[in-house]
Design a protein around this ligand. Structure first.
Ligand code: GN1
Ligand code: MG
Length: 335
């Protein structure tokens, strides 16, 4: 890109990992808008690998004539690369900014949930023949719950900031959830759950909607697109759409069954004809799994001394872990 005459940066989004800006630039007298993002290279240890996955997925989606959504492919730098390193060692990438779009925030209605689930379903459908095993694991072991379990045991053993004593109840609740994690591992190992391209961050905030039609425009945030199972994508939708309160809430959430039904309907409208019976049957198991795994991740980070997730206040990770454990108990009781 040529040097900009001027640029105005506005932060956008609420991601826990990367930093995202809308940048209004004037290039050679012409007004342009791009989405610029600093990729968190402490989380994504191999940024080039992330961008390679992203570029391959975008090219594949763009070539699918019946993929119903837009594909915001990375904008290339002057030298043709999709990633630029600055003097401080930060990694930056740019995407087209899709105007008159929004990402749903807070509680979504069943209607928005259905449309978002349909969008994630269309994403999975368009990628159903993509050779999933050839994608890099941008965060090794991202949904390898066995590995996350070992990391949890290890951080409890080390107790680096003396927090274990205060969370025995939460630790016990996670031990009670271990059979669920083991079930998922078994299903994966046995091949009963086929290896698929999974998005791995299927919250409402990763679907861009049109301000004009309120229809989905694009599935975004491809950083964690990896080989995986479809259950984690449906599971993360259950985790993030169905509760009446977000993961940051101190109050007890309840489950919104109308939203759950809408998710299922929307997702299956795109995937129902190609997923296996076992995947269909275990969609809700996916919900319980991902909620339990997220509780495990937040509690691990609390015990580790808040080294992974951005936090807004000192007890944030503990609040999030407790919230997810409440949710897991509710899912086990009510679904
Ligand atoms: C992180 O940054 P964000 O909000 O997209 C995390 C997800 C978690 C989520 C919990 C790469 O996602 O896995 O579910 O926080 N992303 C990564 O809020 O770890
Ligand atoms: Mg994300």
């Amino acid at each position: 890109m040529p040097e900009a005459d001027s640029a105005v940066w506005t932060p956008v989004g609420q991601g826990n990992i990367n930093d995202t800006y809308r940048v209004d630039v004037v290039l050679g007298g012409e007004q342009k808008v791009i989405l610029l993002q600093r990729l968190n290279h402490l989380v994504f240890k191999d940024p080039a690998q992330v961008m390679d996955n992203t570029s391959r997925i975008c090219a594949y989606l763009t070539a699918q004539p019946d993929y119903p959504l837009q594909v915001p492919s990375p904008i290339l730098a002057k030298d043709g690369s999709n990633l630029v390193r600055d003097d401080q060692g930060n990694y930056w990438r740019a995407f087209p900014f899709i105007e008159r779009s929004y990402t749903p925030d807070g509680l979504v209605t069943p209607d928005i949930a259905r449309k978002a689930a349909r969008a994630y379903g269309a994403f999975a459908r368009a990628l159903r023949d993509f050779p999933a095993a050839t994608l890099a694991e941008t965060i090794p072991g991202f949904h390898d719950t066995d590995m996350r379990w070992l990391a949890f045991l290890e951080v409890i053993r080390q107790d680096p900031v003396s927090r274990v004593g205060g969370v025995q109840k939460e630790i016990d609740a996670l031990f009670a959830a271990k059979p669920l994690f083991d079930l998922i591992s078994r299903l994966k190992r046995s091949g009963e759950l086929p290896l698929r391209v999974s998005h791995n961050d299927t919250k409402a905030g990763n679907v861009l909607f049109s301000m004009d039609t309120h229809e989905p425009l694009a599935v975004i945030d491809l950083d964690t697109v990896m080989p995986g199972t479809l259950l984690s994508d449906f599971g993360d939708m259950v985790r993030t759409f169905v509760p009446s309160l977000t993961e940051n809430s101190v109050d007890e959430p309840h489950l919104r069954l109308d939203v759950l039904l809408a998710l299922r309907e929307g997702f299956l409208s795109e995937t129902g004809d190609f997923i296996t019976t076992s995947e269909q049957q275990h969609l809700l198991t996916g919900g319980a799994w991902i909620i339990g795994e997220q509780a495990l991740r937040f509690l691990t980070d609390w015990i580790a001394g808040d080294v992974y997730y951005k936090i807004g206040y000192p007890e944030h990770n503990l609040v999030r872990a407790r919230n997810q454990l409440q949710l897991l108990a509710m899912v086990n009781r009510e679904l």
